[in-house]
Design a protein around this ligand. Structure first.
Ligand SMILES: [Zn+2]
Length: 381
């Protein structure tokens, strides 16, 4: 039976960052003013956020509270997954509704690398992975890819170019692991068969496909000793299989979102950035439909925006990260049921046209002081 999965063209994800990002202190007042321009009513808007559990996501939450004048509803689970079963209470808690989704990635400006964040509250202020959940999911795929990179060898025998492939990597009936798209790497004979030239103890020897030689160049086959395939194992040459529990919005939703895109992620120069972007894209696509269908959102104004947080670790003297927001897409719904989506360029343009000045923003220190000064309310128990 033909292997359908092996012949499927896998999608690629990600979106541009350049000229799309804005600092959080500009993004949130612009978002608020955009809501106002759409007829959202001051003091009647319930903001909501679907962010990761990480403390680095706290500054965006504080900014949402300041500009919308209320603490945002919690609509997310770890990894930046939208908890769509919370649409019902969200809809009940406000007249006009806003949902902000973001996946996140750390950024270290000193080394210009993505995926790291300095934890100032640890004993020595160490760096750790960010998003930690994305890194955790990614690790297994990275190990599988590393194994394949080191266990497919390129060499020559009797003047003929050869590819030596580990036996396990040749087994196409595996439920878990990295599976090769053999047609991209190995030649077939005129009968369409892929007969090994030689059998070794743990591997088999084949002739390379002409397209593969064209892609890698001849030199990689000419080494004195066999050379590992390494980075020549490109994303179009493999895919992954893994048994992931299919629980909607459970702990494995992030992995469900990413598995199809893992060849692109493991070969990316910045894997955690690519993974976070793809998760944002999948979550927007997955959530948009649930809002359209949600009965309790009917007859209400709803704005749903999905994007990426880049968390730049707090520098000396800073309490919070310098968070940048990169919008990906938005969904706008009116009370009469009319709705539309905005793609990235249009969304960035719409936001940047808004004023970053928000006269409705609250002073959190004054609000806290007022609560401290308020008359005591005795609880009657
Ligand atoms: Zn995270």
């Amino acid at each position: 039976m033909p292997d359908l999965a092996a012949n499927m063209v896998e999608p690629t994800g990600g979106f541009p960052l350049n000229n799309k990002m804005m600092r959080y202190n500009l993004f949130v007042p612009r978002l608020y003013n955009w809501c106002k321009s759409l007829g959202f009513e001051r003091g009647k808007i319930m903001p909501s956020r679907a962010f990761c559990a990480d403390e680095s996501q706290g500054f965006p939450i504080i900014m949402l509270a300041k500009h919308f004048g209320t603490f945002p509803f919690s609509h997310g689970i770890v990894g930046g997954i939208v908890a769509t079963d919370r649409h019902v209470p969200h809809a009940a808690h406000g007249q006009d509704l806003v949902l902000v989704q973001a996946s996140h990635v750390g950024y270290d400006p000193e080394t210009a690398t993505f995926g790291k964040y300095r934890r100032a509250q640890t004993t020595h202020g160490e760096y750790s992975s960010n998003c930690g959940r994305v890194q955790q999911v990614f690790a297994w795929y990275k190990r599988e890819y590393d194994f394949a990179q080191h266990n497919i060898l390129l060499h020559h025998i009797d003047g003929q170019k050869v590819v030596i492939v580990d036996n396990q990597l040749l087994r196409e009936d595996r439920d878990e692991g990295l599976l090769l798209r053999l047609d991209k790497i190995l030649a077939v004979d005129p009968a369409g068969q892929r007969i090994p030239l030689k059998m070794l103890s743990t591997a088999r020897v084949f002739a390379p496909a002409a397209s593969f030689v064209e892609q890698t160049g001849e030199a990689v086959f000419n080494g004195v000793t066999p050379m590992t395939i390494g980075a020549n194992l490109t994303e179009d040459m493999f895919y992954f299989q893994r048994n992931i529990p299919k629980v909607e919005e459970g702990v494995d939703q992030l992995e469900q979102n990413l598995i199809r895109f893992m060849p692109q992620i493991v070969t990316s120069a910045a894997p955690t950035l690519t993974a976070a972007q793809i998760n944002t894209q999948v979550e927007f696509d997955r959530t948009f439909r649930t809002i359209v269908k949600e009965r309790t959102y009917k007859g209400k104004k709803v704005l749903f925006i999905a994007g990426l947080h880049i968390d730049i670790s707090p520098q000396a003297g800073q309490l919070f990260p310098l968070t940048k927001y990169i919008p990906w897409a938005a969904y706008v719904q009116d009370r009469d049921g009319f709705y539309y989506t905005l793609e990235q360029d249009e969304l960035v343009q719409t936001l940047t046209q808004q004023s970053a000045d928000n006269p409705d923003q609250i002073d959190l220190e004054i609000a806290i002081e007022m609560m401290a000064q308020a008359d005591e309310v005795r609880i009657q128990a």
